[in-house]
Structure formats: C-alpha cells, structure tokens
Design a protein around this ligand. Structure first.
Ligand code: ADP
Length: 161
C-alpha cells in the first residue's frame, strides 16, 4: 500500500473565517489526510481560547479526512510527531509571500523532509483576515459576510454580541 500523504494546515485561526475554510477544503482534496491545527502562539493574546477555535473548526468540518488538532511550540516538531510531510499555507497578496517564504526557509532548515505548499486565496476572500473579524466583533458590527452562519452563531453565543 502507498504511504498516506499527510499535510498540516496550521494557523492561529482566531477566529476561523470563510478564507480558511476554502483552503482546508482544497487541502482535503489534495491530500489523504489533513490536520487542521491551531498553533498556540505565546506571543499573541487571542480573542478565542484554543478550545473555542477547535470547536469552531469542528462545526464546519464535514470532511472525513480532516482532523482537528493543536500544538504548542514548533510546527516542525508537531509535523514530525504526526508523520506529516506537507505544510499547507495560503497567500492572499505579495505581502503574505514575504513572511511565508521566510517561514518556509526556516522550517526547511529545521526539517528538510517537510515541504510547504502555498494555495492561493480565492479572489472573493482576499480581504478577509482574523484581525478584521476581531475588530468587527469588538465594535459590534456584523460578520455575516466573513464567516458561515454556524460560526457567526457560535461567536454570538460565546462573546454575547
Ligand atoms: P497565522 O497567524 O499563522 O498567519 P492565520 O489564522 O492568520 O494564522 O492564517 C492561517 C493560514 O490561513 C495562513 O496560511 C494564511 O495565509 C491563511 N489565510 C488567512 N486569511 C486567508 C484568506 N482570506 N483566504 C485564504 N487563506 C487565508
């Protein structure tokens, strides 16, 4: 039997939005298994706990080959632990590329067997970011255009907005 092609789609996902969901769907078609993983970034103060972010992912995860996960510390070590050979990241604009390419080079140095693939954001999702959504939530504005209804309802419930 051929070896399974396992990928990780890592990020802060604070909160998830339609852009992220589009990428995980694309990843599920490309790989045998994708771990959609929340990285607990100690440098960032999140709006949602890791558990809440994973709950949101579970709400929209309709694919049998996508598993939800979380990690602290280095992504490459988590990838080794999962026996994943691919990292999925996405690019919205050339600004994303600068940062992503640097991360890819660092990860390649730490774990040469890992390959990062970049998937392009959909034209209609390019403006979406978790930062924008957090700003909208803090200002009690509608987020209906940024997230599916189950995520909107979850956010309303936990943030009482
Ligand atoms: P991080 O803090 O690791 O960048 P994010 O949650 O912001 O985490 O993003 C996780 C991944 O999702 C990144 O690869 C990012 O480029 C991608 N992403 C962010 N916004 C969008 C979007 N609007 N459309 C597609 N992909 C996106």
């Amino acid at each position: 039997m051929n070896k399974q092609r396992i990928a990780i789609y890592p990020g802060s996902f604070d909160p998830i939005h339609s852009g992220h969901i589009d990428i995980i769907k694309a990843g599920s078609k490309l790989f045998d298994k994708v771990i959609w993983a929340v990285g607990a970034n100690s440098a960032k103060k999140p709006m949602f706990t890791v558990e809440q972010r994973m709950e949101m992912m579970n709400l929209v995860n309709k694919f049998p080959n996508i598993e939800i996960g979380q990690f602290d510390g280095l992504l490459v070590r988590y990838a080794e632990y999962l026996e994943a050979e691919y990292i999925i990241r996405s690019l919205r604009t050339s600004n994303d590329f600068e940062f992503e390419f640097q991360m890819t080079l660092v990860n390649k140095k730490l774990a040469p067997e890992l390959t990062t693939i970049y998937l392009p954001a959909k034209q209609g999702n390019i403006h979406l970011s978790s930062t924008l959504i957090r700003e909208l939530i803090l200002n009690h504005e509608l987020i209906d255009d940024c997230v599916p209804s189950e995520i909107r309802d979850f956010i309303r419930r936990v943030k009482e907005v």
